[in-house]
Ligand binder design. Structure first.
Ligand SMILES: NC(=O)c1ccc[n+]([C@@H]2O[C@H](COP(=O)([O-])OP(=O)(O)OC[C@H]3O[C@@H](n4cnc5c(N)ncnc54)[C@H](O)[C@@H]3O)[C@@H](O)[C@H]2O)c1
Length: 389
């Protein structure tokens, strides 16, 4: 294959950017041949902006079997990601799904099985994996530069959203439409990076508030504690109701600590391993000497989402390894499902948690929901700029 023919399903905030990047030929060896949305206004937007050559569908099933595409990008609300993904693999297509990979892990496991059987490429839009800061942090942690890992704390409270944001789509911030709040919409990136850099926890305890800062039924404030196989611990704090917010990832080990904040990666490197120092020192108040330096890295030259589509295209054409394999999407989702389970049951969850139980408790919430859905404005807020969720 010389060129991958893409279809995009769901042309809202995010899908519109994918459409633009593909239609304006910003990605080598990729072209946009078809799109799908159930909202006719979004199809008109494609026709008006990118001409008549892109075939428009109002039913994703027809797009999948049209023979017009080799690969599909799914940018609909989350519940549909694995539903459409399964049908796309069955239709023999490569699949690049938006995050999160789904809402509950059982459906994602089903998608992974179908994906494997199909042998087609499976990617997820974890665009923040293209950020050199996180790539470098991962390199240090996994390369052993921090020594024995002790703690990983992420305060990610700069996902501020107004009530208008939540009112802008009827699916948003409801159990039925979205299946969660900040953990399902904004934090899939951070939960993925948390595990991509530091590994998967073995236990999760979470506390969260539902509709604390907004008129919504799902969580908009979360504090979670994690335990890892080697005894390391982690804390993850997030909200959409705090401003000015913080985005600080701090990782400590026996050889120092790494801080990712304000676009910088700072390494406090201990000259001696703290574990050995602790038992070797004759001075009760001494500490190992530390060198502090800013880690230099090459700036990212292209927009994050574009890089993921480019990598996915190269994977299909040349077998380039995927930066964000779809099969890894379940890791972050398992953590977020476990956080919900923990908060709902008020107990610690052994990872990966029980998928059937999560599903049952989610259904209870959907059934009990008496949320009055706000009128969707139907507006798409972010068509031209870059999207950094
Ligand atoms: N990677 C990122 O940085 C990023 C950023 C924003 C959103 N997202 C993800 O993208 C997805 C969409 O979010 P959004 O903010 O663009 O939402 P949105 O509501 O703006 O857009 C969703 C679009 O999907 C369409 N749609 C719904 N059901 C459909 C169906 N059955 N068939 C075809 N089209 C359908 C809607 O009409 C709408 O145009 C979410 O899963 C979200 O998490 C990812």
């Amino acid at each position: 294959m010389e060129k991958v023919r893409y279809g995009v399903i769901g042309i809202g905030n995010m899908g519109s950017q994918h459409v633009r990047q593909l239609a304006e030929n910003m990605i080598e060896n990729a072209e946009l041949t078809a799109v799908c949305d159930i909202n006719p206004k979004r199809l008109d937007w494609v026709k008006d902006n990118f001409g008549e050559d892109i075939v428009l569908f109002d039913d994703y099933k027809k797009l999948l079997t049209s023979g017009l595409i080799d690969a599909v990008i799914i940018a609909t609300p989350h519940y549909l990601h694995p539903v459409i993904g399964i049908e796309a693999f069955e239709a023999g297509l490569h699949v690049l799904s938006e995050k999160p990979i789904g809402v509950y892990t059982n459906k994602v496991v089903e998608m992974m099985e179908v994906a494997k059987k199909s042998g087609k490429a499976f990617g997820i839009m974890y665009n923040q994996r293209t950020n050199p800061i996180f790539q470098k942090a991962r390199e240090f942690v996994q390369g052993g530069e921090l020594g024995t890992l002790k703690r990983c704390v992420w305060i990610i409270t700069d996902w501020y959203r107004t009530q208008q944001y939540y009112n802008s789509g009827t699916w948003r911030a409801t159990w039925e439409g979205e299946g969660g709040g900040v953990l399902l919409n904004q934090c899939p990136h951070n939960l993925d990076l948390w595990q991509w850099i530091f590994g998967m926890p073995k236990k999760i305890r979470a506390f969260m508030s539902f509709g604390k800062y907004h008129d919504i039924e799902v969580e908009d404030d979360v504090t979670a504690y994690a335990e890892y196989e080697n005894g390391a611990t982690g804390v993850f704090i997030t909200t959409t109701g705090e401003t000015p917010g913080t985005n600080r990832l701090e990782i400590s080990g026996s050889r120092g600590k790494l801080i990712c904040e304000n676009g910088k990666l700072i390494f406090h490197r201990s000259q001696k391993d703290e574990r050995e120092y602790c038992y070797g020192s004759k001075d009760g108040f001494a500490k190992p000497m530390t060198d502090v330096f800013e880690v230099k890295f090459e700036e990212r030259k292209k927009q994050e989402h574009l890089l993921i589509i480019e990598n996915f295209t190269n994977h299909i054409i040349k077998g380039t390894p995927l930066l964000a394999p779809g099969y890894e999407g379940i890791n972050g989702l398992s953590i977020s499902n476990a956080m919900h389970l923990s908060a709902w049951k008020n107990e610690t969850i052994d990872m990966p948690g029980n998928g059937d139980e999560f599903y049952a408790l989610l259904q209870e919430r959907i059934k009990l929901s008496n949320v009055k859905k706000a009128e969707a404005t139907g507006e798409v807020a972010n068509l031209s700029g870059t999207y950094n969720n």
